[in-house]
Design a protein around this ligand. Structure first.
Ligand code: GLN
Length: 489
């Protein structure tokens, strides 16, 4: 089976055709569903949204009433850790297999208010823990570029649906790289906004001081379109920043004079193909008049240890609520403690259990100072090194991942190797910075072209600069989201 031809339209173009009356929200929804059906072998969706038809009808009547809807009729997919009233929100876990959301996340509500139609909920690593898309209780997501390989994680389905052309844009979440890394491995754009830029209200918490919702797209202009809708202050999230979005689609950055710092610590340990794509991107930047120099952030060598010593304790605390009493599918029988124990044993997969145990250990009395507390101090050191680097550079660059998509099963039994896949992404979350992965080229492996992403990191609140740089790189042909070739299955 091969995929029907990838939808050639951008989100902006689809919205324009609905606004102009050339097509309808219902027609776009039907087309997206047909593509989802044809691509079901990717296992990119956990559920379809039963309320999508109502949403499409509502869009048409609002348009008829003269409302202006910036995302009119746009078919979208959202990660299955984002609540949408009346739909299942499983977080890729058996624990929440039957959980139906009683409310809608702020970012999702803003999409609906702007006229988007939610086609379905995307597959993901369980509770957004993983780097491959394989830890989902609903099975792994397959990479549309090579279905024997992973998509990257944890927003595995969100990246796969955009790469395979089911929808032009989707939402994921990024705690340590989960939007950027699958975007890189699937050949699309993924933005992790500044911490606080997009409300976390209604995003199921993994590690609250790191979590951020972000868009996946096939162009810089579509990232801008989405960010203008989802970003901005929300009184329901205490960490929400009052920084109204000002993303201008179609105004690429003039790359002349841009000061680009390449992070020295990210240059070792990459595959030859990843190094070649990074170098080609840097050459393109130089060719366009940017200045490129190396900059060292020595504390980054502690980034992975620091990230996991902060994210696991936060996760162990956030996941304490799933005991089958109020949250989680209860395993009945015996006394309360027995029921809770069985609920957590059966409801959580291996990776989630591992993190709850390590996280609890790192927070326990006697170990707190040695692990969690020390990690919070190294976190500050990392943030300080970024600030110092931004005194000399407008943006920093690294590969998004040291390697392209690896084979299904290759790292599943070796957690440390899996964690090492996050070497280029986690420091950004520790420092709360915005970062964007752009599709910058390919590495050929076993006769297949596998996408390679390059990551741009900006100072806090300069998310707009990242999207403009991506636009500038598109303008000179240095980055581009190509159509995934379809798959045999
Ligand atoms: N791979 C990282 C982890 O497993 C990132 C997760 C994320 O960003 N949600 O924690």
């Amino acid at each position: 089976m091969s995929l029907p031809s990838t939808d050639p339209h951008s989100a902006a173009e689809l919205v324009r055709t609905v606004q102009a009356g050339e097509t309808t929200a219902a027609a776009l929804l039907a087309a997206a569903r047909a593509r989802a059906e044809a691509a079901s072998g990717l296992n990119a969706l956990i559920s379809l949204n039963d309320h999508a038809d109502e949403q499409a009808v509502a869009v048409q009547s609002r348009l008829a009433a003269g409302e202006s809807l910036p995302l009119a009729g746009l078919p979208m997919v959202i990660k299955d850790n984002l609540n949408l009233n009346g739909t299942r929100t499983t977080c890729g876990s058996r624990m929440l297999e039957h959980y139906v959301s009683p409310y809608t996340a702020t970012a999702v509500q803003r999409l609906l208010d702007a006229g988007a139609v939610i086609v379905g909920k995307a597959n993901m690593d369980e509770f957004a823990m993983g780097s491959s898309g394989e830890s989902s209780a609903f099975g792994p997501t397959l990479n549309p570029w090579d279905t024997s390989r992973v998509t990257g994680g944890t927003s595995s389905g969100s990246a796969a649906v955009v790469a395979a052309g089911l929808v032009p844009v989707s939402l994921g979440s990024d705690t340590g790289g989960s939007v950027r890394q699958p975007a890189a491995l699937c050949g699309v754009y993924g933005l992790k906004p500044t911490y606080g830029r997009v409300s976390r209200y209604g995003l199921v918490a993994h590690a609250s001081s790191l979590d951020q919702i972000g868009p996946v797209a096939r162009s810089a202009a579509d990232l801008a379109l989405l960010m203008n809708v989802i970003a901005g202050h929300d009184g329901r999230d205490a960490t929400s920043l009052d920084a109204p979005p000002a993303f201008a689609a179609g105004t690429p950055e003039d790359l002349r004079g841009l000061r680009v710092g390449v992070i020295t610590e990210s240059l070792g340990g990459n595959t030859a193909g990843v190094s070649a794509v990074l170098n080609a991107t840097l050459d393109a930047l130089r060719g366009a008049g940017a200045s490129v120099a190396e900059v060292s952030l020595p504390a980054l060598k502690h980034a992975i240890a620091t990230y996991y010593l902060i994210s696991m304790p936060e996760a162990s605390s956030n996941l304490a609520r799933y005991d089958g009493m109020v949250y989680g599918s209860r395993e009945p029988g015996g006394d309360v403690l027995g029921s809770m124990t069985r609920t957590r044993e059966r409801g959580f997969g291996r990776e989630v259990q591992r993190r709850i145990m390590i996280g609890t250990y790192a927070l326990s009395s006697g170990y707190y100072d040695a692990y969690y507390s020390k990690a919070t101090r190294v976190r500050r050191l990392i943030a300080n090194e970024f600030s110092a680097a931004f005194a000399d550079f407008n943006v920093l660059v690294t590969p998004t991942s040291p390697f392209p998509a690896f084979r299904l099963g290759e790292k599943m039994n070796d957690p440390l190797t899996m964690y090492a896949a996050d070497v280029d992404t986690v420091a950004v979350n520790l420092a709360g910075l915005p970062a964007l992965s752009v599709p910058a080229g390919f590495e050929e492996v076993d006769g297949k072209r596998l996408p390679v992403g390059v990551q741009f990191i900006a100072p806090a609140l300069q998310d707009e600069l990242l999207v403009r740089i991506a636009g500038g790189l598109e303008g000179i042909g240095a980055v581009r989201a190509e159509e995934a070739p379809g798959y045999a299955g």
